[in-house]
Structure formats: C-alpha cells, structure tokens
Design a binder for this molecule. Sequence first.
Ligand SMILES: Cc1ncc(COP(=O)(O)O)c(C=O)c1O
Length: 347
Amino acid sequence: MSRKKIKLFKPYVNFYAILNVIKTLRSGQLAEGPRVKEFEKLFSEKFQLENVCALNSGTTALELAYELADIQEGDEVITPILTCTATNLPLIRRKATIVFADIDKDLNISIEDVKAKITTKTKAIIFVHFGGNNRGLKELLEIAKEKNIKLIEDAAQVIGSNFWGKADFTCVSLQAIKTLTSGDGGMLIVKDTNLFNKAKRLRWFGYDRDLKQKQGDTDLLEAGYKYHMNDITAAIGLGNMKSIDKLINHRRSLINEYERNGIEAHIWFATYFSDKREELMNFLKENGVETGIYHYRNDKYTVFGGRKNFKNMDELENKYMILPLHHDVSVDDVTTICNLIKTFENK
Ligand SMILES: Cc1ncc(COP(=O)(O)O)c(C=O)c1O
C-alpha cells in the first residue's frame, strides 16, 4: 500500500473564503473598501493589536516599516544572516548599511552577536520569528529600548505564536502558504499612532482614504506607494479567519508530537539537523515526505556583497532542514515522519 504523500506546505482556503470572494466579485467593489476595513478590525481584535494597516504583502509591510523607521543611506541595520531575502532586500534599496548578525543553534538571530555589533550608527534591529520562533524577542525589546534603537519584527511566519507584535513595527505575511492566508497580503502594525496614520497615507499614494481624501481635491504632501490590500484579498482573509482557532490548535498538536519525539518545532514549521542532510531528505522523499531548506543564508547572494564568516551559520548551513507542519498534516503523519527519521539515523 502506498503511503499518503506529505507535502511541505499547502495553502489553506475554507468554504467561507470562496463564498466571500464570489460575493465580493459581484459587489462592484474590488479595490480597497469595506472588506479591508473589516479584516483589519477582526485581525486587530483577534490578536489584540492596535494600529493594524492592511497591505498587499509582507514584503511591502517591511518596505513601509523601514521607511517609517526613517532608515536612510548609511544607517546601520542589524539583521539576521538567515532569513527570507524579503527581510533584507528593501534595506539595499534604502542604501542602508546591512550588518548581518549570526544565528543561534535554533536558527533565530544570536542576541550575543547583535549586542557585539551595536554601534552609535545603529538605527534599527530586525528580529525574524524564524518558523514562528519568538526566542530572543524579549531581550531585544529591552536592548532596543535602552539604546533607543528601532526594533522591527519580521513576523511573516508568526501567526499562532504566543509572543509577537511588541516592537515599534511588526510585519506579517498573509502569503499563500502562511497559517492565515489571503492569497497574498500583509499586515503592518505600528506602535506610534502618528506613524500609523502615515502608513495609511503612504499605502495609497499619500492620501488618507479614511478622511475621504481624493486625488485632485487634496494636495499631496508625501510620495506614497500603491501598497494597499484590495477587497478580493480581504475577502479571502476574512473567510479564513473563521478557521483561525482550529488552524492554530491543530498546529499546536503537531508541535507537541514533534517535541515528544525530541524535534524542535514552532508554529510554522519544525526543524531538524543532520550531518547527512541530503541523504535524509532523499530518504524522506522516497517515503512520501517532502522537506526543504528554508531559507538560505543571505550572503550567498551577490546582491548582499559577498560571503562572510559566521560561526553558527557556517557550522549549520549544510545541516538544517525543515519538516511539514500544517493543516493537512495529521498527528499520525508527524509520528510517521519522526519514526522515519529514527529509522534513517539508526541505519
Ligand atoms: C521571513 C519572511 N519575511 C518576509 C516574507 C515576505 O512576505 P510576503 O511573501 O508576504 O511578501 C516572507 C515570506 O515568506 C518570510 O518568510
């Protein structure tokens, strides 16, 4: 009997999302409208966050956060070496000086390395919840406050974690394979209310649509973007929000099963380290389990200026891999994955 294939990721779309999209497509209002507002309100209530601004991706949330944090040419920004390139590419466009920090053994940023790299020119620190792991955030909040440095959470993978949304800016991704998806989309959460209002203007060319400002009638004072979320996207997000507790609880039961087997897991994926990574990944693939390497060290890409040495990253770069953890994976699937790994390790 062939075993069920276990995919690494799978988008979650419920029936409400499908119905909402149909209704929206028939409503005559596809652009940013009432559904975006409703989605922002629901998101804000559910996760107990104020000043939530809906955007078209997690990447634009980061772009806007860096602009609102006033990161300018020559400003030093400390950021993890291991993350999605979306975290760091906008810093290049702002001509900031990227100061990569090493990771710890759990793949989150090393707080020790951050501390060692703070200078008088440090304008901001980026904290990435890698796989949804919040380890280190508490300490960085204290350091940033004490040193008067802006802290930005790249919370792209965070939904369902129990400690996030605490920094000056928090950037969530609602992209296809995230725990909560709107197809593509993002939420920017801004602590300072004046900057939050600025975010709402900048997402739509520079006009505040809540004030019913219209092109032509109102002077433009800022050069904004077209980063807003639209009502079709919000319709998907609103529908999926109805399942959010179920999705999170399910993920937590998978985390428990991974941890019962001694494998570290966070809300978005589990991580495993092996000296024979490629062999293990092939073995799991042959047994119907898809795994991946997610993400790559950023200094692998020429655009970031060439490879440097980072003690932990150098040691772990050929060892880490990620394991499936989502709505279409059952607790029994996790047991199967863990048993397969044990079989491989004992060969
Ligand atoms: C850590 C991290 N940051 C940023 C992003 C970018 O988010 P988006 O795809 O919504 O633009 C992602 C996307 O997967 C991510 O994993």
